[in-house]
Design a protein around this ligand. Structure first.
Ligand code: ADP
Length: 191
C-alpha cells in the first residue's frame, strides 16, 4: 500500500490537490471534513454532535473522528492506498492512525505539507465561503479560531512525522497545476 498524508492549515489547498492526487495514483481519498459534512447532511447523531464543534471552529473530539476513520477502513478493505486529507489533526489522532495502519500491516509513507501564508489563507477561505455554503468559511472570527486551533493542536503532528523523517514541505502558493507538479515530483520519488 502507499499511504500519503496531505498536511496543511485550513485553506492551504488540500481538497483541491487531493482530487488530482487520487486520480493520478489511484488512492482512496479520506477527508474527515467531507465525512463529517456528510454526517451533518444526513442529520445523524454523529453529525449533530460534530456540527456544534465545527461551527465554532473547534476540533471534533478525537474518539469521534478516529471511530469514523476506522469504519471507513472497513468499507475500503481492498484499497491500494489512502490519501489522508485533514487527518490526523492531533497527536492522538496520529498515534491512532499509526496503530490502525499497523493492524493492516502498512504505515504512512510520507507527509506532504502545503506551505501558505496566513493572509493568503484568510483571503482564500473568505472567498470559498461566498460559494461553498460552508458556514465556517463566512465568519472571519471562526476562521481565525481554526488557525489558532491548528497552531496549538495540529502543528505538533508535524513534529511526530519529522521524527520519523517522513515530512516534506511544499510551496502551496502559485498555480494549482504547478503545486500539483511539486506534489507529483515527491510522490514519484517514493512510489
Ligand atoms: P478546513 O481544512 O478548511 O478546516 P476541513 O473540511 O478539513 O476544512 O474541516 C472542517 C472542520 O471539520 C474543522 O474545522 C473541524 O471542526 C472538523 N474536522 C475535520 N477533520 C477533523 C479531524 N481530523 N479532527 C477533528 N476535527 C476535524
Amino acid at each position: 500500500m502507499f499511504n500519503l498524508i496531505l498536511f496543511g492549515p485550513p485553506g492551504s489547498g488540500k481538497g483541491t490537490q487531493s482530487d488530482s492526487i487520487v486520480e493520478k495514483y489511484g488512492l482512496v481519498h479520506l477527508s474527515t471534513g467531507n465525512l463529517l459534512r456528510e454526517e451533518i447532511a444526513q442529520k445523524t447523531p454523529l453529525g449533530l454532535e460534530a456540527k456544534s464543534f465545527m461551527d465554532k471552529g473547534q476540533l471534533v473530539p478525537d474518539e469521534v473522528v478516529i471511530g469514523m476513520v476506522d469504519s471507513y477502513f472497513d468499507k475500503h478493505k481492498d484499497a491500494k492506498g489512502f490519501l489522508f486529507d485533514g487527518f490526523p489533526r492531533t497527536v492522538a489522532q496520529a498515534v491512532a492512525l499509526d496503530n490502525l495502519l499497523d493492524l493492516k500491516k502498512t504505515s504512512i509513507n510520507t507527509v506532504l505539507a502545503l506551505d501558505v501564508s496566513e493572509e493568503e489563507l484568510v483571503k482564500r477561505l473568505l472567498n470559498r465561503g461566498k460559494t461553498s455554503g460552508r458556514s465556517d468559511d463566512t465568519n472571519e472570527e471562526v476562521i481565525r479560531k481554526r488557525f489558532a486551533v491548528y497552531s496549538k493542536e495540529t502543528t505538533p503532528v508535524a513534529k511526530h512525522y519529522k521524527a520519523e523523517n517522513k515530512f516534506i514541505s511544499i510551496k502551496g502558493e502559485g498555480a494549482v497545476e504547478e503545486i500539483f507538479e511539486s506534489i507529483s515530483g515527491e510522490v514519484d520519488k517514493l512510489i
